[in-house]
Design a protein around this ligand. Structure first.
Ligand code: PMP
Length: 414
């Protein structure tokens, strides 16, 4: 056990790890095994350097200045938009809106597109495995409009029951919002199929891709989704930057989200004309450095190759699942046939928070809690889980350390 077969993949993990300075850190005197990537990923030198370079050599506000630095910063910012466009294969760069993160992206859609479409008695369909950020904005919209939230169930493995999802789509359904990959269970939803089912009935679909983009290639045109939301910090970019993709026709028809500078063409006290998309949705000075960092993260991931990342992580998840499942008293929560990156588990007799703390003393970083998905915890009848989540820089050695630390927990609580 534990012999790393990294060479079997088109991915040089030793070299990759050297790009992430934080991975060389010791925690409580032990080498760090960072297995909390679903919460936030680490950042490669290429991203750190891109941000550093921007502040050292290019810093200025964008779109407004006529001077050299402003032009440079604007170009870098717009180049990043084009990188995101290519990364998710959107048709146009104007369909990419920079926001603070996945949460803001979903709130934007709920309070503009949602608010203008949804009325009393209408329905919004989500699933039982959503992150709170794809539940609460829709609940708020329901409170404001008198619409109703309908929730598609999941089975005991944590897979969506697709027939029941389809049965919920009716005359009154005005919006579908579904997670692409679940952060609590790792389930990959059949997004393309779900979008097609909704579209057959003329219902628009938002996909929450926060946990999908770090693990496999996403093609919004192939998915045909109306909106796609994700965060930079889970895909090796900084915090405070995220993306909302929206089909051009929707973005043009939607009212703006926030008012202020940049989102207008002319302002008078009598009437304000809004700017064209995407600027209509980017009021105020944006996170320029974060956007440039996101562009650098995309370059970095693409240099490794999304297909290589997916294959490598798939193998590592299989390894982690089989080793952890073999430990007596360990119960894996979320065993859907299609999974990415995440292993949620509980240890008989031990509270997940204690598990997290003991693992931390061994240098193994996992998350313990409800993972902002309390309905998922309720569905499985647990208050919380411990969750190990992968990125392409993790190794079999990290997993072996998790296994050894879990065995220690077993000894303590046996
Ligand atoms: N959706 C999912 C599936 C997530 O895992 C997360 C982050 N845990 C979010 C949305 C929200 O992302 P953020 O907190 O970066 O806005």
């Amino acid at each position: 056990m534990g012999v790393a077969p990294e060479h079997a993949f088109a991915l040089d993990v030793d070299k990759i790890r050297a790009d992430f300075p934080i991975l060389a850190k010791e925690v409580h005197g032990k080498p760090l095994a960072y297995l909390d990537n679903a919460a936030s990923s680490q950042k490669p030198l290429a991203v750190l350097e891109a941000i550093d370079h921007y502040y050292r050599a290019e810093n200025a506000n964008i779109h407004r200045g006529v001077h050299h630095l402003s032009e440079l910063a604007t170009k870098k910012y717009e180049d990043a938009r084009e990188k995101v466009r290519a990364f998710i294969n959107a048709e146009r760069a104007s369909e990419i809106i920079f926001v603070r993160g996945g949460t803001e992206a979903i709130n934007l859609v709920a309070s503009t597109f949602g608010r203008s479409r949804v009325g009393e008695g209408d329905e919004i369909v989500i699933t039982h495995m959503e992150h709170h950020s794809n539940i609460v904005p829709w609940q708020m919209l329901c409170e404001q409009t008198g619409a109703k939230l309908r929730v598609a169930p999941i089975d005991d493995r944590g897979a969506l029951i697709v027939d029941e999802f389809e049965a919920l789509l009716g005359e009154r359904t005005k919006m579908v919002a579904v997670v692409h990959v679940s952060n609590a269970l790792g389930t990959i939803n059949p997004a393309e199929k779900l979008v097609a089912m909704a579209h057959e009935r003329g219902i628009p679909v938002l996909l929450d891709g926060a946990q999908a983009v770090p693990h496999h290639a996403v093609d919004v045109q192939a998915l045909d989704c109306d909106f796609y939301a994700f965060s930079g910090h889970k895909m090796f970019a900084p915090t405070g930057i995220g993306v909302l993709y929206g089909k051009q026709k929707h973005l043009e028809a939607m009212p703006p989200y926030q008012g202020g500078g940049e989102m207008i063409t002319t302002v008078s006290f009598e009437k304000t004309e809004y700017n064209v998309v995407p600027h209509k949705f980017e009021a105020g000075t944006p996170n320029i450095a974060g956007t440039i960092g996101l562009g650098a993260a995309i370059d970095y991931m693409q240099a490794i190759g999304l297909a290589a990342i997916e294959a490598y992580e798939h193998d590592l998840l299989d390894y982690m699942t089989s080793r952890m499942s073999a430990i007596e008293g360990v119960k894996v929560i979320g065993t859907a046939p299609e999974k990415a990156g995440v292993l949620s588990f509980n240890i008989e007799g031990a509270h997940p928070h204690d598990v997290g703390t003991i693992l931390d003393r061994e240098g193994v970083a996992v998350r313990a809690g409800h993972h902002c998905a309390q309905p998922v915890m309720d569905r499985f009848g647990v208050p919380a889980t411990a969750r190990a989540s992968l990125a392409f820089y993790n190794t079999r050695e990290d997993v072996d350390r998790l296994v050894a630390a879990t065995e220690k927990v077993r000894e303590i609580f046996a």
